[in-house]
Ligand binder design. Structure first.
Ligand code: BGC
Length: 776
């Protein structure tokens, strides 16, 4: 059970949430939503002592490995450093035995520290425990742990076994060779392991410090080396009232780290890692935690969104979202993307989806454009894999993979999924073959970034090439329908993954057309503005030929239009499919419950959608559709949408705002913000939902504040929910940072320079420099 804003420390009001009862049957929830990280690595918050059903995960971004030829590449779960085997008077400490009081496991979002405390009573002995943990944002390779154990009424004999445990796997797939193990000076533990296929070396280090009543103690441990494992055990007698503090400092380095130039030997990495571990060990938990805290205070200066709401959950939810966005994003290395579960679980194998470009990128475009650029450069590097995928499928240009891992990997979507309840076989996953809208989603994201930032250097180096090559893919993908005299895109999966093998998914067709038009526009503008670059890209991509093809096809691409009721068919057959009563499957606490009764083929024959599809189109290409059409389609499709993807709710909230229904928008925002943080105890087991966290920020800034980039202009249409009195957030536009403050009547914008800002507020063009205050 979770408690929000009621944790013991008042100073953390609206900055923390806690688990207040330990439930060994719902471990995944807190492991995932309280996970720690710094973009370099992500540590799932399994308890120090282990429990059946736990998932102990530590991932280092970008270190993909393929277990064998029958599996796709995934982020390997690397050695565990958090597990402690604590024995008290010969009994293994576990919350499943004895009596537990004053239990609280709290994530302090402000400082990114996990704190767990309670009193454990067993066979008459009462012992106070406190565990603290952080993954440093100041030094990306460091993890710190601190445990305090105080027997309250009687003395105890305490044994703590701690080490580096490589006996881990990804649900059974073991990604590492056995490796080398060593203990230096009875203090510094080292485990070196190499991934089996990608040959990434991991160097793990760990060292401990012990204090009794604040006094450092020097106890020689019992040492132990085993298969894939190195550990030490410390034993002491602790008298009643004494406090034993146990600190563990751990480090992780890999041969994939950018700071190691290509060709750096493993021995050099190892020396470097050992020196860092020694420095970390001699500093101890508190000073390094202080550095980490300072790094987080800068995060909150950069991104903070402040909401005055009658519902304090709203503020917490948006901070929770920003916290996770920061810890999942590899801001340090453009060769890496963001996983659909961040670094908080094995779900989706660490792969990147359109979730990044459409749901997360806007957060970075408007609050930290350098990070947005790095994420787009990851897709630029991914052109290699995208070109290979296009060729494999008989197309030209760049066909982005539905799921992406290391940039050159190309398509990595697994082929087989869950059980089909009718046949008992595994369901085939078609997305890697035919969910193709990802290619235009990437092009859209490039355009969005460019228009909002004006970053010409990015466009010249990367952006134009991405837009031209994706447009080339679409031109080669179009299919001529002689009878209808149109180009179609057949046999796809659109955003609604409950409809496979459909023809002319409206979202896919419109976005493909958008992508080609964009390439045509940039073809002309680049010819005029930078003839040299145009020539060089022309040489590389045969642009003149491509342009002829775009020109000959663009006007004939089939774009489904609203029917007599104003409804745009989601695809050629959706509107003819049967209707069923969806009441049992709407508003469920467990997603996908329709599959308890039907299989995917059967669901495919019904008018039922997994997630926003046409609504996504209205969100991305909003100026191509009237408010009436949007509302009519919302009213038609929403009742048929189960929101079985976490990507769905935020888009619906933003659209509800667009057609002026702010109560509905707020209700949907509340539901979106509960996907991970809310009370459903099993929804985050495989990891948090990255896109939905980006979606929470989108609901606030793009929804309630109405921030949009339309045709290159900044628009704002504030419309705060009734529960909110004030909203403030930073907003980057064309290289300037604006501070936005909205209350019930007034919108105030403050710029960090005196460069003129132009924007459109509720349809009225406005210019200002330094500060603007208007009644809206
Ligand atoms: C959704 C996709 C999404 C993926 C990863 C799926 O369930 O249908 O739209 O990209 O999850 O979050």
């Amino acid at each position: 059970m979770l408690s929000y804003n009621e944790v013991q420390s008042e100073d953390l009001n609206k900055w923390s949430f806690a688990e207040v009862h330990f439930n060994p049957l719902a471990l995944g929830k807190c492991e995932a939503i309280m996970s720690l990280g710094n973009g370099y690595m992500g540590l799932r918050s399994a308890a120090e002592e282990s429990y059946i059903g736990e998932k102990r995960n530590l991932f280092v971004n970008g270190t993909f490995n393929k277990f064998d030829e029958f599996e796709v590449t995934e982020l390997p779960n690397t050695a565990d450093i958090t597990r402690l085997d604590i024995r008290i008077d010969g009994t293994r400490f576990s919350l499943e035995r004895g009596t537990v009081t004053q239990y609280e496991r709290m994530l302090n979002i402000r400082d990114a520290e996990l704190v767990r405390s309670f009193i454990w009573e067993y066979e008459g002995k009462k012992i106070r425990f406190e565990f603290r943990r952080f993954v440093s944002l100041a030094k990306l390779h460091q993890i710190g742990l601190k445990v305090s154990i105080t027997p309250l009424n009687e003395g105890i004999t305490l044994v703590i076994n701690s080490g580096i445990d490589g006996q881990v796997s990804n649900s059974g797939s073991q990604h590492f060779h056995e490796g080398e193990k060593r203990i230096y000076d009875k203090t510094f533990l080292e485990l070196i392991q190499t991934t089996t296929e990608s040959k990434v070396d991991f160097v793990h280090g760990a060292a401990h410090r012990l204090r009794l009543n604040q006094q450092e103690i020097d106890t020689a441990p019992k040492m132990d080396i085993d298969r894939r494992k190195v550990a030490v055990s410390y034993a002491f007698d602790v008298a009643a009232g004494d406090c034993l503090e146990f600190e563990k400092m751990a480090t992780v380095f890999t041969s994939r780290d950018r700071e190691f130039a290509e060709g750096t030997s493993l021995d050099d990495i190892r020396q470097h890692a050992l020196a860092e571990l020694k420095a970390f060990h001699s500093a101890g938990y508190d000073p390094l935690f202080a550095e980490h805290q300072l790094a987080w205070s800068k995060v909150w200066e950069q991104y903070n969104v402040s909401i005055q709401s009658s519902n304090s959950f709203d503020q917490l939810a948006v901070r929770f979202a920003i916290y996770h966005l920061v810890i999942m994003t590899p801001a340090h290395d453009r060769r890496m993307g963001i996983g659909a579960k961040g670094l908080s679980g094995e779900g989706y194998k660490g792969h990147s989806f359109w979730d990044t470009e459409i749901f997360i990128l806007p957060f970075y475009i408007y609050t930290h454009p350098e990070v947005a650029r790095s994420l787009l450069e990851y897709r630029y590097l991914g052109l290699e894999g995208a070109r290979a995928k296009a060729i494999e499928n008989g197309f030209t240009g760049a066909m982005y993979p539905w799921e992406a891992a290391w940039p050159s990997d190309g398509e990595v979507t697994p082929e087989w999924g869950q059980v089909d309840i009718v046949t008992g076989k595994q369901i085939k996953i078609w997305s890697g073959f035919i969910e193709q809208h990802i290619t235009s989603d990437v092009a859209y994201a490039v355009w969005h970034y460019y228009k909002a930032t004006g970053d010409q250097d990015f466009m010249d180096r990367y952006g134009y090439e991405m837009i031209f090559d994706t447009a080339k893919f679409w031109a080669s993908r179009l299919e001529w329908n002689e009878a209808k005299g149109v180009y179609e895109i057949n046999e796809v999966v659109g955003p609604d993954e409950y409809k496979e093998h459909v023809d002319n998914n409206a979202f896919t067709n419109y976005m493909a057309s958008f992508n080609i038009r964009l390439a045509m526009e940039y073809y002309h503008s680049l010819q005029n503005s930078n003839a040299d670059l145009f020539q060089s890209l022309n040489g590389k991509l045969e642009l003149e030929e491509a342009m002829n093809e775009w020109q000959s096809k663009i006007e004939q691409i089939y774009l489904p239009q609203p029917n007599q009721d104003g409804i745009i068919p989601q695809d050629d057959t959706y509107l003819q499919k049967k209707l069923i009563d969806l009441t049992p499957y709407k508003l469920q606490s467990k997603v996908g419950s329709i599959f308890d009764d039907y299989n995917l083929d059967q669901v495919g024959e019904m008018q039922v959608s997994k997630q926003a599809d046409i609504m996504m189109l209205f969100f991305l290409l909003e100026d191509q559709f009237t408010p009436e059409v949007k509302r009519a389609n919302y009213d038609y499709y929403e009742p048929k949408t189960l929101h079985d993807s976490s990507l769905s709710m935020s888009t619906h909230s933003i659209l509800a705002n667009d057609f002026g229904d702010r109560d509905l928008a707020y209700q949907l925002f509340e539901r979106a913000s509960q996907i991970d943080l809310g009370p459903y105890m099993y929804s985050s087991d495989a990891g948090i939902h990255s896109a939905s966290l980006g979606g929470i920020w989108e609901c606030v800034v793009l929804g309630f504040a109405g921030v949009r980039m339309l045709g290159g202009e900044l628009h704002m249409n504030p419309n705060l929910p009734k529960a909110w009195d004030e909203l403030s957030f930073p907003l980057y536009w064309q290289g300037q940072r604006l501070e936005v403050h909205i209350n019930r009547e007034t919108l105030t914008l403050t710029a960090n320079s005196d460069q003129e800002v132009q924007l459109v507020i509720h349809g009225n063009p406005i210019k200002f420099s330094t500060e603007l205050q208007i009644q809206y």
